[in-house]
Design a protein around this ligand. Structure first.
Ligand code: ATP
Ligand code: ZN
Length: 287
């Protein structure tokens, strides 16, 4: 009989490793005595973790060695493996771009016709060039792609960019974004019903955590005559809570608001009469 433990592959070491464990932890899934073991069972959930290199995750999940995985979209597309992308996780964000020496001219990707482009991601690049009908030579390089134009090995590169400082220090400029990527939860296409159910439970929890992350709980005091205007500004999950203060004619307003929304509305709230505004983090939201 097939076992009913869901096996999750995550990156052993690297940019996604800590964030993946943090997400599980925030979702209440306890992974104790994490050491250098390859496979660990969660303490309080039918889940086991398989720690591997991120490049191996798509294949492991496609082949069913792992049931689900956490990996960057860039790695999935480059692998060409067939997986279900179940959920974007909001971390490990980066973009993949074309870059050229800073004094070269660039009007469009068409300028790369006949040129040499170095990359660690030939599959994604070739697909893009094909879509744009650009006929360039793609050279696979396993690392330090950004130095290839300086040693005349390439006219352009295609690589991951986060701040652009690596490009700059190598005398390159970013000229075209090809792909935006973030960490995603992926699943094998043929999960049993029992495993699908476990996956749903994990998703329910991680969604509650991620939703909470983008929202704040805010409390403020306001004179009663300002309440209509203030409650109008603050929709909340359903509607704000309004409670009388001990001081006559004043109330306290509690609500949930998106962090960006809060910064946009703060001045208007103050002008409407809000005082003593407190902003608190939220752990989970089950809407
Ligand atoms: P492994 O040893 O597991 O193969 P790696 O060196 O290939 O690790 P990392 O550098 O840890 O990979 O990056 C893992 C993922 O993090 C990338 O595939 C990408 O999705 C994402 N990422 C986010 N920002 C960046 C960045 N600035 N540079 C590289 N990857 C980034
Ligand atoms: Zn890797």
């Amino acid at each position: 009989m097939e076992s009913n433990i869901l096996r999750l592959a995550i990156q052993k070491k690297g940019r996604l490793a800590d964030k993946s464990l943090e997400l599980l932890n925030a979702a209440g899934i306890r992974i104790d005595n994490y050491s250098q073991q390859l496979l660990i069972k969660a303490q309080n959930f039918d889940l086991e973790l398989l720690f591997i290199r991120d490049d191996d995750i798509p294949e492991y999940v496609q082949d069913g060695v792992a049931d689900i995985g956490i990996v960057g979209e860039n790695v999935i597309y480059e692998s060409g493996k067939k997986l279900d992308i179940v959920e974007k996780l909001g971390f490990g964000k980066c973009r993949m771009s074309l870059a050229i020496p800073k004094f070269s001219t660039f009007n469009s990707v068409k300028d790369l016709d006949g040129k040499n482009i170095a990359t660690t991601y030939p599959k994604i690049l070739k697909k893009y060039l094909l879509e744009k009908s650009v006929n360039a030579n793609v050279h696979y390089i396993s690392g330090s792609v950004e130095i290839t134009p300086n040693i005349n090995l390439a006219d352009a590169i295609f690589d991951i960019v986060s701040t652009g400082s690596t490009l700059k220090s190598n005398g390159l400029k970013e000229v075209e974004t090809v792909l935006e990527s973030e960490a995603v939860l992926v699943a094998n296409k043929n999960l049993s019903d029992e495993k699908k159910e476990l996956l749903e439970q994990i998703l329910f929890r991680t969604r509650a955590v991620n939703k909470a992350k983008n929202n704040k709980y805010i409390l403020l005091n306001a004179p009663n005559e300002a309440l209509p205007k203030i409650t109008d500004l603050l929709p909340g999950v359903k509607s704000p809570t309004v409670m009388p203060l001990a001081m006559d004619g004043w109330s306290s307003v509690h609500t949930v608001i998106g962090e960006d929304d809060f910064w946009n509305k703060i001045e208007t709230l103050k002008n409407a009469g809000a005082e003593g505004i407190l902003v608190l983090p939220i752990e989970k939201i089950i809407a």
